[in-house]
Design a protein around this ligand. Structure first.
Ligand code: URA
Length: 241
């Protein structure tokens, strides 16, 4: 009994430690701890992890509450020069989710993703797919404009990426389209050139991901537009099934 109490004490201490580190779930399978549970009459839920105190999902996390969580964000150095946080927009139950790299000048001013020149090209593409912007969800890997439109840096991406991952988790799109190298590398955790990645489905958390060229690249290289169009046909083909 003494020994069991010690074990329980240690488990509680470990859980408190992980919670302080920011963990919201401890992914434990019943089969892994069946020896410890045998004879105790205890079991653990398999379908839904039991939320620890402070677990947002347990409290009904939504896109709105996630956006509120970001309000006034100063978790990384991009907060210093941005005008607005560009959270993302679109249908909360979108079947298609587009993910870019980060806001540009116009997006920073309007607090909306893809509303500059590259955004106009993306909007045209969405319309050509037979959809409206409001039907899909559009977000970025980082939510604040990198100064002078430089690429987001690794520390900025790793600080912000949990937000886009939570957006994906809440929206549960059927297909994700990564626009450009930065988005594809950040989400898929690979370093393969976008010219090789594009056109083939990868997977994030069980969701098919189609990497394709960034619209800003296509503005500079219009001859490659047909490749992105080709990628979109694959997306449409999978979506219809
Ligand atoms: N480029 C991006 O990656 N995202 C935007 O929102 C605008 C331009």
């Amino acid at each position: 009994m003494e020994n069991k109490n010690n074990v329980i004490h240690d488990v509680v201490k470990s859980m408190e430690f992980y919670r302080e580190l920011g963990f919201e779930y401890l992914p434990v399978k019943e089969e892994d701890i069946s020896d410890y549970l045998s004879g105790t009459g205890m079991s653990i839920a398999q379908e839904e992890p039991v939320p620890l105190k402070g677990d947002k999902r347990g409290e009904g996390q939504s896109l709105e509450s996630l956006q509120e969580e970001m309000a006034g964000c100063c978790r990384c150095k991009l907060s210093g020069e941005r005008k607005n946080i560009v959270f993302g927009e679109g249908h909360p139950d979108a079947r298609l989710m587009f993910i870019g790299e980060g806001p540009g000048r116009e997006e920073d001013i309007q607090a909306r993703p893809f509303v500059g020149d590259a955004g106009k090209l993306l909007t045209n593409l969405i319309v050509k797919l037979g959809l409206k912007r409001e039907d899909v969800y559009i977000a970025n890997i980082v939510k604040c404009r990198p100064p002078y439109n430089r690429n987001p840096e690794d520390d900025e991406i790793s600080t912000c990426i949990s937000f886009v991952k939570e957006q994906i988790n809440l929206i549960k799109p059927e297909i994700i389209i990564c626009l450009g190298r930065i988005a594809a590398h950040a989400l898929l955790e690979v370093k393969i050139p976008i010219s090789k990645l594009r056109g083939n489905f990868s997977s994030y958390d069980g969701i098919p991901v189609m990497p394709t060229f960034h619209p800003a690249y296509l503005l500079r290289n219009p001859k490659d537009k047909w490749l992105t169009w080709d990628d979109m046909q694959k997306v449409l083909g999978k979506l219809k099934k």
